[in-house]
Each structure stands twice: as C-alpha cells, then as structure tokens.
Design a protein around this ligand. Structure first.
Ligand SMILES: *[C@@H]1O[C@H](CO)[C@@H](O)[C@H](O)[C@H]1NC(C)=O
Length: 331
C-alpha cells in the first residue's frame, strides 16, 4: 500500500511481509528451514518422527490396500458421506501425497501461529501449539508406529476442539486458495524452487508447495524483484517491517533497517503477533515492540499534519497577499 499508493498511505506497518522471498535474494529453503527449526527446537525426536513420516506414508501408500489403511489410520472422511451403510469405510486419498500435503499444511500453519497463548486465528489451538504437537508425538508408548504418532500430533492442529468426526483432505479451512491466487499474481515467492532440491534434509523436503505458477511469469517476476532491496531504499519511506523469527515468512522479510524511515523490528514471535490484541500473557519484548511501533507511527502522523498545516498557512498568506497587492491596484 505504502509503496504503490503513497498518496493514500502515510506510512505502513508490514508485519511479516516476505517481500524479499525471491530467488537470488534469499535461499529458497529458508522458509522450510524455519518451519523445521521450530520443531527441532522442541525436541529432536519430534522433528525426526515427522521427518521419517514422509517415507513411511509413501511406503504405506504403495502397498496393495495401503491407501485404505492410511485413510483409516488418519480417519479421513468417507467418500459417500450420506451412505450410512458403509460405516467403517473411509475415503481413500487419491494418492499418499495428498495426505502428506495435508500434514505439511498443518506444520506450516503451526509454525506461523506458534503463539504463546491459545488462539482461534487459523484453527482453535492451545498456546505454544508446536510444543503440544511434539508432546503428543513424543509421549506415545514405545510400540507406537511413526504414523500413529503423527496422527496423535496432527490431531492437536486439526481436532483441538475434539468436535471433528473425520478429516477432509480437500477442506480449505484457512481459505488459502485466495492466498495462492494472490501469491501467483503479486508475489511469486521462490518457495517452489524447492522442487529442484534433491537433497531433502529438512522435515518438509518431500512435501513441496505447489503454487501452480507459470514459468515465464515466475522468471519475469524474479528479474523484476532483483533490485527490490535497493529500490526500497531509494524510493520507499515510512515502513516498519516487524518480524517474528518463529514465522517461516520471516526468512524473506526485511530483517535489518534499510534507511532511516524503513526500519526493521525483529523479535522471536510468530506470525504478526504484534498486530494481535493485547493479552495479559504478552511477553515484555512484545509490549516494547508495540510501543516502538506506536512511537514511529505517531512521529509520521505529526510530521504529516504539521506539513499539511504549513501548507494551509502558506495558502492563506498567498491569498491575503493577493488581496493586499492586487486589490488596491484594481480599485
Ligand atoms: C476428535 O477428537 C475427539 C475427542 O478426542 C475424538 O472422539 C474424535 O474421534 C476425534 N476425531 C478424529 C477425526 O480423530
């Protein structure tokens, strides 16, 4: 808004804006590295279980009745919801990858919404949800299989209320279709470059974001964004980039001051925690961050109104001068 419509927006607070998430500016793996780290930071066993689960899902899916087993294990909704006669039958995913995509989406959103207190932003979630997921994954008995652990963990995300009867892989509870569309036309991020990464070291390796972009379009955007950082410095002003380093989007955000009035506030929160309503559980750094933001915005507004007032008097003086000089002449 600020960059495109400077006459409308006096300034901007960009809370986790991955404006640098383009090839040549940040490595394409950054996003998933951050997601991975959020889980690693809980426990390595949690991270490793998730990491191993991708192969386990592929392996199961290749078995004869593998997809059916996966459907049962993950309680996927029956294909014919209203046909009561087949109580025990669950809808099979078309391929095991659909299940992986569904899981991956949850891990992504968990990384974004790893707030210190319970929220209902994307899904109803407990505070520190990644910690809760990992507790579930880690606390199963020794004989529990990898995929059973994953089911326990993922239920924190998809079924925290306990009110979900079955899971629908095609459900789009976050309305992400809209984001994907916007991403395709406005911010073709280079997450998709991961497709070429053969060495899959992090948790999310096998499950890749498919943005559905068209190659030529992507190329054009990458070229156009190459100079984004220097352009930002040259023609931008009055933007706060606030970042929470738990959020995978922070990898492509502006993490350092670009100029005197394009400043970065970088803390350890999740996705735009600073824009959420204040709560009693807000950590000190968050209070501080909000105070800094308010101070900067106040400064911009004061300048703006002062400049406007200056203009107002300048115009008044001009009109007054006109009457003073020309009126007597014309009389
Ligand atoms: C959701 O949680 C409730 C309560 O724990 C459980 O009874 C139900 O089976 C769960 N749903 C799924 C799909 O796992």
């Amino acid at each position: 808004m600020r960059l495109k419509y400077p006459h409308i927006a006096i300034g901007a607070l960009a809370a986790l804006a991955p404006v640098l998430q383009f090839e040549d500016l940040v490595p394409a793996e950054t996003y998933y590295d951050i997601v991975s780290n959020d889980f690693k930071c809980e426990t390595m066993s949690c991270f490793n279980t998730i990491k191993d689960s991708w192969d386990a899902i592929t392996y199961e899916g290749q078995k004869n009745d593998g997809l059916q087993l996966l459907s049962k294990m993950f309680r996927l909704c029956r294909w014919f919801i209203d046909s009561d006669s087949i109580k025990d039958e669950f809808r099979e995913p078309e391929k095991a990858e659909d299940l992986s995509d569904w899981l991956e989406s949850a891990y992504n959103f968990l990384a974004m919404t790893d707030y210190p207190y319970p929220t209902d932003f994307v899904m109803p979630l407990p505070g520190n949800p990644i910690n809760e997921v990992c507790i579930k994954i880690d606390s199963c008995s020794d004989r529990t299989s990898i995929l059973e652990r994953i089911f326990e963990g993922i239920s924190v995300y998809y079924n925290y209320t306990g009110a979900v009867d079955c899971f629908d892989l095609d459900d789009d509870p976050h309305g992400t279709d809209g984001w994907i569309w916007q991403g395709n036309i406005m911010l073709v991020a280079s997450l998709s470059a991961l497709i070429d990464v053969s060495e899959r070291v992090n948790v999310f390796g096998p499950c890749l974001v498919r943005t559905g972009y068209q190659e030529p379009l992507l190329d054009a955007y990458i070229t156009a964004h190459d100079d984004f950082k220097s352009a930002l410095k040259l023609f931008g002003s009055k933007i706060i980039f606030s970042n929470g380093l738990l959020d995978p989007c922070s990898g492509g955000s502006v993490l350092e001051d670009v100029s005197e009035t394009i400043v970065a506030l970088t803390e350890n929160g999740a996705h735009h925690l600073d824009l959420r309503a204040a709560t009693a559980e807000d950590p000190d750094w968050l209070l501080q961050q909000r105070a800094t933001e308010i101070k900067l915005i106040e400064g911009w507004l004061n300048n703006y109104y002062q400049a406007k007032k200056g203009n107002f008097w300048r115009i008044k003086v001009m009109i007054f001068g006109y009457f003073l000089v020309y009126m007597p002449l014309s009389l």
